[in-house]
Design a protein. Sequence first.
Length: 175
Amino acid sequence: MDNKRVTAKKTAASILAALILIVLYAIIFSFSGQDSDESGKVSSYVSTKYVEILNVWTGRQWTGDFLTVAADFFENPIRKTAHFAEYACMGVLVYIIWRQWLERGGRLYFITMLWTIVSAAADEIHQLFIPGRCGCFTDVCLDTVGAVSGMLFCILLEKAMGKALGVRHVKCVRK
C-alpha cells in the first residue's frame, strides 16, 4: 500500500475516533452539568431499572420494599461503574487517535494518560460549579483507572492481532 493511502486511512481513523470522542465528551459533561436533584433522579431510575431486570432474569418475586432497598444498594456501584466505563471508552478513543501517528511505547502511553487525567480533572472541576455537586479526587482516580484499562485493552488487542497475522510488532508508517 502506498504512503498516501496509508496516511489517508490513518487520518480517517483519527477523525472518526475524534468525532466519537466529542460525542463522549458531550455525554460526560451533560451528566456532570446536572444539579444534585436531577443527577440523583437519573441514578435512582437507572438503579431501579437494573434491579427490576435482575428480578425478572433471576425469576425472583421480590417485594416492592426489597426492590427499593436493592436499588438504593446498587445506585453508587452503578454510578462508579459508569465513571469507569466512560473513561475506558475515552482511553480507547484517545489511544486510537494518537496510535495512528506514534509507535506503541512510552510517549503514546503518556499522551493517552495525560489526556484522560486532564479530562477527568476538568470534569470534576466543572462539577464544583454545579448546585449540590462536588468535585471528587477519587472519581479522577477511578476515571484514570478506566482510561488505563481502555488503553491496555487496545495494547492487548493490537498484540493479539499481530500474533494472529504473524506480525511481530505493528509499526507506524511515517511520511
